[in-house]
Design a protein around this ligand. Structure first.
Ligand code: NAD
Length: 278
């Protein structure tokens, strides 16, 4: 059974889902179809991944009741102008072949673009909540200063902040800041995009537990209360990444993984203050 995390708007999100970055439009129907078949019910996509139509085709072909699924997408970086937000959201609904989205995120804050104005983008996201087609609005890659600004400017707190987080860069400051404000934290790149696999400490713990490196890392996220959606195109690894609920890490094992934190040097992605790709 996959645990759920409560969002501040009264909805819940499965703590474990399936990521789709680098899954192409052509492969998405097959890959996401297999993920649904092995048991994933929470799918993370983005307009920028260029695979929403394939994800929508997989969802439609699965025959799974829409109410059993949790679908997340993200506003593309070239759609921050408030007038573009609704149209692109509607395109996402059409491509995903759904009447509503469970969660829609601003993908990146882009503080050096759009005259530094991400507040009006956030206002346009919040407006989408009005007609029942969006259940929860959130952000991604927002640092505390970005969060503070949109909350102060609009009085509306995002339900979720999706940030880079893994043992080499747990992103503690942003994570703790978000949680203190009632914002659920999602970890992107939970395996450090593969870079944390094979780490000697992770290897040792995996052998001790009779689990794979990926399972040990994902279990560490689960015990921290973080929402994760690892990505794999292999059915065997998809299955493995779901099998996290028949073992537990001890406090000692958790602190050994905590000690792998390299601070900002451990990032696999760009710093949100600097990232400006549109
Ligand atoms: P990840 O940490 O999930 O790592 C994926 C890599 O790990 C792949 O190369 C995969 O082959 C390998 N892998 C997965 N399971 C494995 C296993 N059991 N054994 C061995 N290798 C395994 O990285 P990710 O895909 O970048 O992150 C997960 C999801 O987060 C993405 O798919 C996407 O949905 C989301 N994401 C969001 C942002 C953002 O800016 N918001 C950025 C990157 C990713």
């Amino acid at each position: 059974m996959i645990p759920t995390i409560a969002l501040h708007n009264g909805t819940t999100i499965p703590q474990l889902g399936f990521g789709t970055w680098l899954v192409s439009q052509d492969e998405a129907e097959d890959v996401v179809g297999r993920a649904l078949e092995v048991g994933y019910r929470h799918i993370d996509t983005a307009q920028g991944y260029g695979n929403e139509k394939g994800v929508g085709a997989a969802v439609a072909a699965s025959g799974i009741d829409r109410g059993e699924l949790f679908l997340t997408s993200k506003l593309n970086n070239d759609k921050h102008a408030p007038a573009d937000v609704r149209a692109s959201f509607e395109q996402t609904l059409e491509d995903l072949r759904t009447d509503y989205l469970d969660l829609f995120l601003i993908h990146w804050p882009l503080p050096t673009r759009y005259d530094g104005d991400f507040t009006s983008t956030w206002e346009a996201m919040v407006e989408l909540l009005g007609d029942g087609r969006l259940r929860a609005a959130g952000v991604s890659n927002f640092e505390p200063a970005h969060l503070e600004k949109i909350i102060a400017d609009t009085g509306v707190t995002p339900a979720v902040n999706q940030i880079e987080s893994h043992p080499y860069f747990p992103n503690r400051l942003t994570s703790e800041w978000s949680l203190r404000r009632g914002i659920a934290v999602e970890a992107w790149g939970p395996l450090g995009q593969g870079k944390v696999l094979g780490d000697p400490v992770i290897r040792e713990l995996a052998e001790e537990l009779g689990k794979s490196d990926a399972q040990v890392i994902l279990r560490w996220h689960i015990q921290r209360g973080t929402i994760v959606f690892p990505k794999s195109v292999s059915t065997e690894r998809m299955r493995q990444n779901l099998e996290l609920f028949d073992f537990e890490l001890t406090a000692r094992q958790i602190s050994r993984i905590d000690a792998l934190d390299q601070g900002s040097a451990g990032r696999v992605g760009p710093h949100p203050d600097l990232f400006d790709m549109v």
